[in-house]
Design a protein around this ligand. Structure first.
Ligand code: GLN
Length: 258
């Protein structure tokens, strides 16, 4: 074989390898935007829930976090998990933000950083529609079976009541509020304790009624890792601005009809 033929073959081989490498690496460079992985527990309408028609996660929190990310130049990936898994997942870096109607508490603020509040809530007691059982407060839940979602402020409220009074409430813990409300409809629990705005939504869409609201004066915030101070500042600035826009009003209109 002549030397020129060898050179031609070598050049062709190098070109093929070069093209292959470019094709292999291209996806990594396709989007220059950084992706924010958003963790949520979609059993909490109207803040996060699964749209029956599309199967997608939607809600106030989802639209809010997407709007903030867009403002800040991030792409968003929504990752579903149980509510009690959100803080561990954030700390273990499986997600970058929690957007899940999460109440800002001192206990949680020891391990994660919260943004400024964007919503407030109390706790509500919910029973089966038409039930003769009409609890007006925690005292009326004594001796009853009451459903809550694992890791929530509602679970905390009941536990603290039981611990401080020494009275007995059979607290039934669910991985999701959708399952708790389903069990309430099916007669397997006497009541469910849940955030008041979500109780109002369940009252509209399920066979349940609110009998009492317990003023707990909670505020929802988004959460990030404590060390992600730059992201926290970005989110806070964007959130402060966004809460005064008609875009925020449009999100509320869409999910609350107000
Ligand atoms: N706001 C309540 C909490 O933070 C409940 C949140 C939820 O169930 N998604 O514990």
């Amino acid at each position: 074989m002549r030397i020129t033929t060898l050179i031609v073959i070598a050049v062709i081989l190098i070109a093929i390898i070069g093209v292959a490498i470019v094709i292999e690496l291209a996806p990594m460079y396709q989007s220059s935007k950084k992706v924010l992985r958003v963790g949520t527990s979609p059993d909490f309408p109207p803040f996060e829930y699964i749209d029956n028609k599309t199967g997608e996660v939607v809600g106030i929190d989802i639209d809010l976090v997407k709007a903030l990310a867009k403002k800040l130049g991030y792409d968003v990936q929504i990752i579903q998990m149980d509510f009690d898994g959100l803080i561990p997942a954030l700390i273990n870096k499986q997600i970058d933000i929690i957007a899940s109607g999460m109440t800002i508490t001192n206990e949680r603020a020891q391990v994660v950083a919260f943004t400024i509040p964007y919503w407030r809530s109390d706790q509500a007691i919910v029973v089966r529609r038409g039930s003769s059982f009409k609890p007006m407060g925690l005292d009326d839940l004594v001796g009853r079976t009451v459903g809550v979602q694992s890791g929530t402020t509602a679970q905390d409220l009941l536990q603290k009541y039981v611990n401080s009074t020494g009275k007995q409430i059979n607290i039934k813990i669910y991985t999701s509020y959708v399952l708790a409300v389903q069990d309430l409809e099916n007669g397997n629990v006497d009541a469910v304790v849940i955030d008041s705005p979500v109780a109002s939504m369940f009252e509209r869409i399920r066979n349940v009624n609110i009998t009492a609201v317990i003023p707990t004066n909670e505020s929802y915030g988004l959460a990030v890792r404590k060390e992600d101070t730059a992201l926290l500042n970005q989110l806070n600035n964007a959130l402060k601005e966004f809460l005064n826009t008609t875009d925020w009003q449009a999100i509320l209109q869409k999910y609350l009809g107000v």
